[in-house]
Design a protein around this ligand. Structure first.
Ligand SMILES: Cc1ncc(COP(=O)(O)O)c(C=O)c1O
Length: 428
């Protein structure tokens, strides 16, 4: 991998024709150390957020040596790049062969489930192993999160007693509960509330648990979504843990994905065509811009211009000036390959310019496909600061013109409570 001080140096050096994933390992290191220093428990990195080898290696070098994995390829990846790491197979639905291989070939002992059927599968596929750490995945409220993760997985807390009891009986190892408050959670108190829900489930079941895993959901900064301090999230978790009915030795775990990597990558794309307010880029919805297309997140952008051939000003430079909103199209022939933005760029942006799209380290590169022959991004390391940071590497606000701020507020929608549960929560 080539290393450049800044993306400008990269453009200056070789005017790339393909998109380039810009990797900032220092940002991963800072986030990893922050979690290690401040979270009063064990930190598992959720590999799905960004499975790049440089991410796994940087985390391991900076003390994060536990990983939440969801598949055998993720397990193989971690085994190759962080040998000796502790692996937790936290996907609540796994194939029998994946469970058997994880246990026998990779030494995985931590398995999640949210049904009796999955628990039976885990026990059978591990040959009746008694040394398992069994994690019951609970469904908790996702109010205040940009992505709810409770619809698909998790046993409802009021129905969890039998499963908790079955888990307790099934192992001579440890029993835990886990949940996920939803990704990009904007309300720190969501953790404390979820822990109260989990505590009620534990008390109702009459079991003792050895582990409380508060999952992921820790946010990053995006236009229109500037979260509270990360410390507020850990305070909420500490309060929630203190209030839980658990024994003194119960361990606290978390599984951040986004928060550890979001700042650490951006993508450098090239403008292939300008048509009114639409810019056709060489990366898009089937590349690193899944969230920009499907969740309509208006990621922050910067514009770089290479000197025109035979032109007079020979320097590659960042272009600033009066901004206006643009939308993007990706390189494939699918009309869904559209990112509405708005992305605020200088009015005179033109073909051949480079647009750096920031804050794409989580669920960006990880979503890349080869559809239509595109998606072949290379990776280069850069040493400049991310466009925004929860860990002091840059401002926590993304600077935008006033009209842009009004627009951004309209763009991002968070999960809202629905039905009776929502009403009773609002009354409290
Ligand atoms: C089980 C589990 N843990 C952790 C995470 C990471 O979540 P986040 O990136 O919001 O921190 C996910 C995300 O899907 C998940 O499914």
């Amino acid at each position: 991998m080539h290393t450049y001080q800044t993306p400008l140096d990269l453009v200056r050096d070789r005017s790339p024709e393909r998109p380039v994933a810009l990797a900032r390992p220092d940002a991963v290191a800072v986030a990893a150390r922050w979690f290690q220093d401040n979270f009063k428990g064990d930190v598992f990195y959720a590999v799905k957020a960004n499975p790049s080898p440089w991410v796994i290696e940087t985390l391991a070098k900076n003390g994060v040596t536990s990983f939440d994995v969801a598949s055998i390829p993720e397990i193989e990846l971690v085994a190759a790049h962080a040998p000796g790491a502790r692996l937790a197979f936290m996907h609540p639905v796994k194939s029998r062969s994946a469970i058997a291989r994880a246990y026998a070939d990779f030494g995985v002992r931590i398995f999640a489930f949210d049904t009796h059927e999955e628990l039976a599968k885990i026990l059978e596929a591990t040959g009746g192993a008694r040394d398992l750490t069994l994690m019951v995945r609970l469904a908790v409220s996702a109010v205040g999160a940009a992505y709810s993760l409770s619809g698909k997985f998790g046993v409802e807390t009021h129905e969890a007693s039998a499963l908790l009891l079955a888990g307790r009986r099934a192992t001579q190892g440890r029993l835990g509960v886990s949940f996920h408050v939803g990704s990009q959670c904007m309300r720190p108190t969501a953790f404390q509330a979820a822990m109260a829900q989990a505590s009620r489930a534990i008390v109702r079941a009459g079991v003792m648990v050895d582990i409380v895993d508060v999952g992921g959901g820790f946010p990053s900064v995006y236009p229109g979504m500037v979260p509270p301090d990360m410390a507020d999230y850990l305070d909420s978790i500490e309060r929630g843990f203190a209030e839980m009915m658990v024994h003194e030795d119960t361990e606290l775990w978390c599984e951040p994905g986004r928060a550890l990597v979001a700042e650490a990558s951006s993508i450098l794309t090239k403008v292939e065509l300008k048509k009114g307010d639409a810019l056709y880029l060489n990366d898009g919805a089937y590349g690193s811009l899944f969230d920009a297309a499907h969740a309509k997140w208006p990621f922050p952008v910067k514009l770089f211009r290479a000197p025109e051939e035979g032109g007079e000003d020979g320097e590659v430079r960042e272009v600033e000036g009066a901004l206006r909103p643009f939308r993007f199209y990706g390189p494939t022939c699918d009309s869904l390959d559209h990112m509405p933005g708005p992305f605020w760029l200088p009015d005179d942006v033109r073909e051949g310019d480079y647009v750096e799209i920031g804050m794409l380290g989580a669920y960006g590169i990880a979503m890349n496909t080869r559809f239509n022959g595109f998606g072949d991004a290379e990776t280069a390391i850069v040493g400049d600061a991310p466009m925004a940071s929860m860990f002091g590497l840059a401002g926590r606000n993304i600077r935008l013109p006033r009209e842009a701020q009004d627009e951004e507020r309209k763009v991002v929608r968070l999960s809202r409570p629905k039905g009776r549960a929502g009403k009773s929560r609002r009354k409290r």
